[in-house]
Design a protein around this ligand. Sequence first.
Ligand SMILES: [Zn+2]
Length: 337
Amino acid sequence: MNVNDIPKVELHCHLEACFQPQTVKEIGQTLGLDIPEDPEIFKREWLITEPVDNLEQALKKFAHIQTLWGSEETIERLTYEACEYGVEQGIKIFELRYSPNFIQGANAKLSFEKIHDAVVRGISRGGHLDIAVGLIGIVQKTLSLKEAEYTTDFIIENKEAFVGIDMADMDIGLEIRRFAPLMAKAKKAGLRVTLHSGEENVPEAPQHVRIAIEELGAERIGHGIHIIHDPGVMDFVKKENVLLELCPTSNWLTKSVPAVSRHPIRKLMEAGVLVSINSDDPHLFDIDLCHEYDILHKELGFTGEAFNRINDNAAACSFLPPDEKQKVWPRKIPAIR
Ligand SMILES: [Zn+2]
């Protein structure tokens, strides 16, 4: 099967982890970054290609990629190239998400406005491409309530450029509840809500997913795979038509599953849960979206027909406006909500 030819929907891709090797080199020179010349050393020091044993080392790699987003010019260029990458992968509906706090974390001189405007310029530059791109703003779960409110308000103020809002980063357990008013505010302003939840294999994972949906208003869940241990929560997710944004290689690299062949994607589908296939942090993981299709085909026997069904559902659950989605999608998008 040539997975490149499958028209795809990607709903869960972190913009900051989208970068091409040649671009990294050039950006390194422009910004004066110390980037290893040797591709093998670059891979070892900058990319996550083996399951993470050492959180400190993984964080160092995130800190490295943060520095690539160090000027308005590089942000615009990387964003435009992310759209081009999407076209190369056969993606027709592409939701990219970014965290203004993450980019600003290593680049204090850039204001949220400057970062955001550069991202928007990058997407506009790709306006001629045969792809519909939607932007999701991320509020990090690790922020204080005050900081999170500032970021949420920023996303709301710029809502014409965003299709949705997300909360990402380390799992903070039931503490997530304190952000519920912020997500309610974003929803009221017309933004759609997706949340990272149920990614780590902890006993509370299914409960966290239920809270994300019931109390924080999530319409989609990033990962959510560990609901597999709780039939009650699985039924609930199914009844609410909440789609899980699944990222098989990412789950393997973070040790959320022991191997892609042991990923619960098939079991979730058999239980009637809506799923989509995503890359999460493609170039940080040294993968692309086609790699995820390939591995699901080879390790779990997914067929072209299964991929089409998954993508039709993903198209239906994309936060982009219906007419924009249908314009680029080759089949009639089913009604799910
Ligand atoms: Zn993610």
